[in-house]
Design a protein around this ligand. Structure first.
Ligand code: URA
Length: 306
């Protein structure tokens, strides 16, 4: 056991010697190493766990002193997240020329372009996926989210996690199915974090890089309207300086490239704020969406969450 940990320390020393000044250590590894530092036996998997947790692009706690890593990693990763400037070195946003042909052909060509996008793929963690929009290419309603999360980058599909389940329910409450609408995100990849878990909103540069891909999806689908899910999606579409708080625009029609946009709460917000008032407030925006899309609204639907 001791030999394994010594090997680990050697590995860290080697990394430091080769110019690596920061490593990321998983919580599980820290716990095992803490046990070791107190003199109790360490798990045989510790070395693998720690080494596995060192990312390609090394990002968090200082390796100056091995003990310090154990103590400081957690706080360091948070500080690093706050300090880090993400997305600053992105190339110019791509220009996209869709091929001639029907919607399906144009959409498939676009999808391939996004899935092969070098910049996007360079920012996706190993084993994870670039996420492109999905749904009915003749949809009237285009739901636009912010960025893929953990579940989405595994599946390569937008809104498949908890927020997606709520979105599906809300679509159901409209009398539609997920397959009837189009669902996309401003971002094609999950914004990187210095920690293995957690999400952060995309930067303006990241959103601007991905925006041409979103515009091209709108060009293919030609929806009657867009629902901007949350403040980040609304900022991505309407401009970062167009408002300070979502409350300023929520429920009021805006326009993006000539298409009406309804800014409303993100489903994740509704999962965190599970009050009747918030649900009703969101639903009132959705009723406006149904009306604009020319959908019939039943008395029952009118009265949801009252
Ligand atoms: N949140 C988003 O904004 N988009 C997703 O695809 C998933 C969660």
């Amino acid at each position: 056991m001791r030999a394994e940990v010594e090997a680990l320390i050697e590995e860290l020393k080697r990394l430091r010697k080769s110019g690596v000044t920061r490593v990321n250590v998983s919580d599980a590894a820290i716990q095992s190493l803490k046990k070791f530092s107190k003199g109790s036996p360490v798990a045989a998997t510790t070395r693998a766990a720690v080494l596995d947790s060192i990312p390609d692009r090394v990002r968090s706690a200082s390796v100056k002193d091995f003990d310090k890593v154990l103590v400081e990693t957690k706080t360091d990763t948070k500080k690093a997240a706050a300090k880090q400037t993400y997305g600053a070195k992105l190339p110019r946003p791509p220009s996209i020329l869709l091929p001639e042909g029907d919607k399906r052909k144009r959409w498939e060509a676009l999808r391939e372009k996004v899935l092969e996008c070098k910049t996007c793929n360079e920012r996706v963690k190993p084993g994870k996926k670039v996420v492109f929009g999905i749904g009915n290419l003749d949809a009237d309603i285009f739901f636009c989210g912010e960025a893929p999360g953990a579940d989405e980058e595994i599946k390569g599909e937008p809104f498949v996690g908890k927020a997606g389940q709520l979105l599906n329910k809300m679509i159901g409450a409209m009398g539609l199915k997920r397959e009837d609408v189009y669902i996309g995100n401003i971002m094609n990849w999950r914004p990187e974090m210095p920690t293995p878990t957690g999400n952060r909103p995309p930067t303006i540069e990241e959103m601007n890089f991905c925006l041409p891909y979103l515009k091209a999806q709108l060009e293919v689908v030609k929806p009657k309207l867009i629902v901007a899910l949350g403040a980040t999606a609304a900022k991505g579409l309407l401009g970062a300086d167009s408002f300070r708080s979502l409350r300023e625009l929520k429920g009021q029609w805006q326009t993006f490239e000539g298409v009406p946009v309804m800014p409303t709460y993100h489903p994740s917000y509704l999962l965190r704020n599970d009050t009747k008032r918030d649900k009703r407030s969101a639903w009132e925006d959705w009723l406006k969406v149904m009306e604009k899309a020319g959908m019939e609204i039943s008395d029952r639907q009118q009265g949801f969450f009252l």
